[in-house]
Design a protein around this ligand. Sequence first.
Ligand code: NAD
Length: 367
Amino acid sequence: MTIFASRRGLLKLGGAASLGLVANPAVAAPSTERKLGYAIVGLGQYADVILPRFAECRYSRVTALVSGSMEKARRYAARYDVAEAGLYTYDTFDTIRDNPDVDIVYVILPNGMHHEYTLRAAAAGKHVMCEKPMANTAAEAQAMIAACRAADRKLMIGYRCHFEANNREAMRIVREGELGKARIVTAEHGFNIGDPTQWRLNRALAGGGSLMDIGIYSLQAARYLTGEEPVEVSAVESTDRSDIRFKEVEDTINFQLKFASGVVANCVSTYGSGHNRYRVVGTEGWLDAEAATGYGGNRLRLRRNGQTADHPAPDLPVNQFSGMLDHLSQCVMTDSQPIVAGEEGLRDMKIIEAIYLAAREGRTVRL
Ligand code: NAD
């Protein structure tokens, strides 16, 4: 996860951004203006966020839709200008191998289906964008990486914050030492979950509770802000099992990560109350982001040299969603590794499993 490997890398980022290219110093601009074709698998709430963003993409377009209902697929096809030949059900999905207009399959299904559809996409010869969390387990994540590698296809996880201006600026500030030495990270993510019948509360489909769905943003933030990997985790779970929503998965699981440099992250993950914030305190100042990881309207404040002020991040050429979609297209066209490849999803899955173990056994787990 070395986005900001050096000051020189940063200068390259500035140059790429001013040229209107995707915000990633590691990937050269493709030599053509060709747009790669995406198949969207699962037409739920998040697909509704992603689909309109293709309009701002330079290297990506939608060429196929996969849904349980052809009637629904046709409705979406009319809205996003997808040909009838690009419409599939889950049963006909494997025939997507015969569709040359599809380069990338984007899996936006419940977590418990990510593994199966990534394997089927790779077997169909397609590159894969897979939503977070990557899978239900680290073992599944490993199998997904192996399948894509064996098929010589790219695998990227939909970690959109790596393409969002404020988050990139926060990473730069912390990693370049502008707050002095980073000491304490606090990251909070949560919401009060509603409908008890939804898949997010079903263990087989969700893999777990708040940690898999929303707490993963706290984990990601602690890792991408510091640019370090945790060496120890501890955790406390608090779930009211008499609440009908939490028969199968956890509500709140707060965890602490200790990194090799000594920086400690205190992280909140909950399905009981609304949180979207992080804060990094260093020896020379702090940064505070709230909202931190939203779809829009994120805000950053900084304290340095005894002054506290809003800190608007430099603009990126495109919004986080289009930047993310184009990043994978560029990686495919230039045969480069995505900055948030399958290996990045696997790292989170391993830490998530350690967090659950630490909470279950009431002990510190070494990674
Ligand atoms: P959703 O419930 O709105 O959509 C899921 C889709 O999968 C629906 O179209 C549903 O019909 C389909 N589906 C197929 N088989 C299903 C089954 N057996 N049970 C339930 N649904 C089934 O969910 P969503 O909010 O769109 O989440 C989908 C994925 O996207 C999840 O992995 C989630 O974590 C991820 N997500 C990511 C972000 C982000 O910001 N990166 C935001 C929201 C969701």
